[in-house]
Design a binder for this molecule. Structure first.
Ligand code: SAM
Length: 285
């Protein structure tokens, strides 16, 4: 790949998805995009870049999707899900006793293991029985959202992080595949959403999981996303980040949740309550 083609792709990916590729990731770009070029009937990467340089082309979205990393698994890192059941849900059940409704956003939800892990946690939390709990799963990639909606997972996927009791309780086996039962699938709404763009139309949330996506972005992109996340999180809401992610040194919009690694609270001056100019959608608060 020529240096100029690589620079073109780096800039395109940064603008479209936030992906911040360092100058030495040619191998990654080649390994993801040469197969895409061939599938599209193009001889190689040079021809693919020439098409993209030509301007508006549906191939651009495919290139952006091909460069996303969709690695995920059920109950990833375990601790955030333990916190959900032991700390977050009990506190919110008390705080929302009159409303009996919760909104949870799983941003960058990939193929569904994370939002469905949240759904299973909700289902098993007795204090939420009879509550209206909305779980909104969003991702940039339409392909992963389609897989998530189907709720069908391979033997390998269900063996990663999912306790056997939950497999038996919530899935139905179909040959070598496992499908999540309809009641759990129905708990999750899917929407395509790019975190670089405005997301105020989603309304406000009590819990936001935004895990293992910010690691791909540069400092300024993270600052902007944290700022906008703080505006859609309730003042007593909780943000969960991935194990390799933090707000420290990046933003003062959130503060670490005392003694709970990976969890953050909005800083009082930066929350939805102090930023009333949010557009709300039907069904959202
Ligand atoms: C590594 S996966 C993380 C999945 C899940 N959150 C977890 O922790 O297991 C990252 C996901 O972020 C999505 N993604 C990447 N850039 C994005 C963007 N700008 N907006 C929304 N989603 C994005 C990718 O499509 C991918 O599904």
């Amino acid at each position: 790949m020529t240096p100029s083609d690589y620079e073109f792709l780096r800039k395109l990916l940064k603008e479209r998805s936030g992906l911040d590729l360092s100058s030495d990731k040619q191998y990654l770009v080649e390994s993801r995009l040469i197969p895409l070029a061939r599938r599209t009937g193009l001889p190689g990467l040079a021809e693919l870049v020439a098409r993209l340089r030509g301007g508006a082309d549906p191939l651009t979205a495919e290139v952006v999707e091909a460069m996303t990393t969709n690695e995920t698994f059920f109950f990833r890192d375990k601790i955030p899900f333990d916190h959900l059941s032991a700390t977050i849900f009990p506190a919110l059940v008390q705080a929302r006793a009159n409303r009996r409704a919760l909104r949870i956003w799983c941003a960058a939800s990939s193929t569904g293991q994370e939002p469905y892990s949240i759904a299973m946690s909700v289902k098993e939390f007795a204090g939420l029985t009879g509550w209206r709990v909305e779980i909104v799963a969003t991702d940039l990639s339409q392909a992963v959202l389609e897989k998530s909606k189907a709720g069908i997972f391979s033997q390998f996927e269900v063996q990663r992080g999912l306790p056997i009791q939950k497999l038996v309780k919530y899935f139905t086996q179909a040959g070598e595949l496992w499908q999540l039962n309809a009641d759990i699938r129905a708990m999750v709404q899917h929407r395509q959403l790019n975190l670089l763009q405005d997301f105020s139309h989603l309304g406000t949330f009590d819990v936001i999981f935004c895990r293992n996506v910010l690691i791909y972005f540069d400092h300024d992109t993270k600052v902007g996303i944290f700022d906008r996340l703080a505006r859609v999180l309730e003042p007593d809401g909780v943000l969960a980040l991935g194990a390799a992610e933090t707000v420290i040194g990046i933003t003062d919009a959130f503060k670490p949740y005392p003694d709970k690694r990976g969890l953050y609270r909005p800083s009082p001056a930066r929350t939805a309550a102090t930023m009333p100019a949010l557009k709300l959608v039907a069904g959202a608060r």
